[in-house]
Design a protein. Structure first.
Length: 146
């Protein structure tokens, strides 16, 4: 009877000593499988620049945008310097009709009902590209927005 008790006790002790080792092995296998699974993706490529970002990188495009803004927008409805006037200042971060590039494009294209902001459509000499160049000019000279 004593031998049976000793055998059971020894088996129990051996079992409890081997448990941490089995757990450690299982943990290592799970970690390795997790690392392998996370390595399977394609490398991320940088996002393509937007049309406005492309024009902002081109000094000639920004210069054309400035000239178009001076001839079509500033002095009539929009100011180029902050100050007291009912003409809107477009070089800050406050936009009444949405300040994303697409929202500005849509506002200039379609106008704003019941205001003096008429829609220009695609009436610029180079069509939509000219309007994107105006937006690039505005963005290039806009103060930092938080």
């Amino acid at each position: 009877m004593l031998d049976c008790f000793m055998l059971r006790s020894r088996t129990k002790v051996e079992f409890t000593k081997s448990m941490p080792m089995k757990f450690l092995r299982l943990s290592v296998i799970v970690i390795i499988l997790g690392l392998l699974a996370s390595c399977g993706g394609e490398p991320q490529t940088p996002a393509e620049p937007t049309i406005v970002e492309g024009f902002m990188a081109d000094p000639e495009a920004v210069g054309r945008g400035r000239a178009l803004f001076a001839g079509s927008c500033s002095g009539y409805c929009h100011r180029t310097q902050p100050g007291e006037s009912d003409a809107l200042f477009l070089f800050d971060c406050e936009w009444k009709n949405g300040g994303s590039d697409q929202e500005i494009f849509d506002t200039v294209t379609n106008g704003v009902p019941n205001t003096r902001m008429v829609g220009f459509g695609s009436n610029f000499p180079e069509g939509d590209d000219d309007l994107w160049k105006i937006i690039a000019y505005l963005r290039s000279n806009q103060q930092a927005c938080s």
